[in-house]
Design a protein around this ligand. Structure first.
Ligand code: PEP
Length: 264
């Protein structure tokens, strides 16, 4: 079975003090007895403080980006080794990085390779523009992104893929469970071609794009979706905790979390 992941991408939000505060609120609601893998991805500058604030919990820490070189004269960049010192997870190829910072498939490929080499679990983001979606090109776009991002890389189940339709990110216009499930099945088929069936079956595929506590169940109930990458709603502790609780109930109905550890 694939253990589900609920990951929060805080993007460029929270000062260090706010990140510590949010971490404190989140950890109060998430029991160590939960089987869902929970990841928070604060800005680089807060990683060390949030790591400290997460001590004693099973919540994992992730970065939002990395540079592909290990060290050297790359002013302003953060290396895989530095991130691996603090984190287990790193988001790679988020559409905002592709759109605003010119990340191409080739750059994403180098970053995935560097992340895996450093022992990090990369969350590789793929997703189509609205025009591609309306033109029925979703499968082609996403398959091409996967192929270029993973070319020459020995794919293992350390990889996580987040399918994030660009038109759904930060717009309040989430996709729907069924078409996302179909795209996730296409992603898994491509992963099978790039590795083998056993590895592809073990890779978690998340959905991202305006996920909230109100709509997450629609995605988690789908057979090919193994969790969510949550942006805006992960900045609200009650929303994020509710999403993790829902995942716990949906995936592990026979192992309900200890209710007295949940404040609502
Ligand atoms: C994201 O940043 O990956 C994301 C999905 O954002 P939002 O949930 O705000 O749409």
């Amino acid at each position: 079975m694939r253990f589900p992941i609920i990951a929060g991408n805080w993007k460029m939000n929270t000062t260090v003090a706010e990140a510590i505060e949010l971490t404190g609120q989140v950890r109060k609601g998430i029991s160590n007895g939960f089987s869902v893998e929970v990841v928070v991805c604060p800005p680089f500058i807060s990683l060390a403080a949030v790591k400290e604030a997460l001590k004693g919990t099973s919540i994992k820490l992730g970065a939002q980006n990395l540079y592909h070189e290990e060290k050297g004269a790359y002013t302003g960049e953060v290396s895989p080794l530095m991130i691996a010192d603090l984190c287990e997870v790193v988001i790679v190829g988020h559409s905002e990085r592709r759109q605003y910072f010119g990340e191409t498939g080739e750059i994403v490929n180098r970053k995935i390779s560097a992340a895996l080499k450093a022992g990090l679990k990369p969350i590789l983001c793929v997703g189509e523009q609205l025009e591609d979606n309306e033109a029925g090109q979703t499968a082609e776009v996403v398959t091409e992104q996967l192929r270029s991002s993973l070319e020459g890389i020995s794919v293992s189940s350390d990889l996580v893929v987040a399918y994030e339709p660009i038109w759904a990110i930060g717009t309040g216009r989430a996709a729907h469970g069924k078409p996302v499930n179909e795209t996730s099945a296409i992603i898994r088929r491509t992963l099978t071609e790039l590795s083998n069936q056993e590895i592809a079956q073990g890779i978690r595929i998340l959905y991202g794009g305006s996920v909230t506590a109100e709509n997450i169940a629609e995605f988690l109930e789908q057979s090919e979706i193994d969790g969510a990458l949550v942006g805006g709603a992960s900045l609200k502790a009650d929303q994020f905790i509710s999403m993790v609780e829902q995942a716990e109930y949906i995936y592990f109905p026979n192992n309900p979390p200890t209710k007295d550890l949940i404040p609502w």
